[in-house]
Design a protein around this ligand. Structure first.
Ligand SMILES: Nc1ncnc2c1ncn2[C@@H]1O[C@H](COP(=O)(O)OP(=O)(O)OP(=O)(O)O)[C@@H](O)[C@H]1O
Ligand SMILES: [Mg+2]
Length: 164
């Protein structure tokens, strides 16, 4: 099968132990392309541990996973080229503007500069940041607005920048 026909994510007996504790136990899971997949479970169920393995931040104890058909163990760079991650605690560079932040990510993903420049305005618009694309991340939230600002950082689509 071509890579393009493979599931977005597939885990194969994916297992992670921390000493005596088995955090992820022989997980077999398949996420088709083009779906929004909710990965739910009680605290400590092993969700974050699973995601950390799939994105290459934590080696499995046993088993493996595939992203777009690429094995996380054998082709970690191919996997990283195909994923985007919004972590629970997002640390953006505070002195970059939203536009610069997008440019940085585009360059890390190897897009050429002209394509990056072309794609920034529609992205800012989609993220509802078009009026604030030239404002530093630092200025998105202050004081009482901290919590809303954190929401904006983690989920830029969610709302407009919070004024000082
Ligand atoms: N680095 C680590 N060292 C030791 N134990 C760990 C480590 N990371 C996670 N664990 C343990 O593995 C288990 C699964 O944790 P994990 O963070 O994957 O759960 P979770 O489903 O993401 O939970 P939550 O809903 O609270 O985020 C827990 O018992 C946790 O204490
Ligand atoms: Mg978690």
């Amino acid at each position: 099968m071509e890579h393009d026909a493979k599931p977005a994510i597939q885990t194969e007996n994916l297992t992670r132990r921390f000493g005596e504790l088995t955090a992820v136990d022989n997980l077999n899971l398949s996420v088709p392309r083009g779906v929004i997949f909710g990965f739910l479970g009680p605290n400590g169920a092993g969700k974050s541990t699973t995601i950390h393995m799939v994105i290459g931040l934590l080696p499995p104890t046993a088993g493996t996973a595939y992203v777009g058909g690429f094995d996380i163990l054998k082709a970690p760079l191919e996997v990283k080229r195909r994923i985007g991650v919004v972590p629970e605690n997002l640390n953006l560079y505070e002195r970059l503007t939203a536009a610069e932040q997008i440019e940085l990510v585009g360059r890390l993903y190897g897009l050429d500069r002209s394509e990056i420049k072309r794609r920034i305005p529609p992205l800012l618009e989609m993220l509802e940041l078009d009026d604030a694309g030239n404002k530093m991340i630092l200025d998105y939230s202050q004081g009482n607005a901290q919590e809303d600002g954190d929401g904006l950082r983690a989920h830029p689509r969610a709302r407009h920048p919070v004024p000082r």
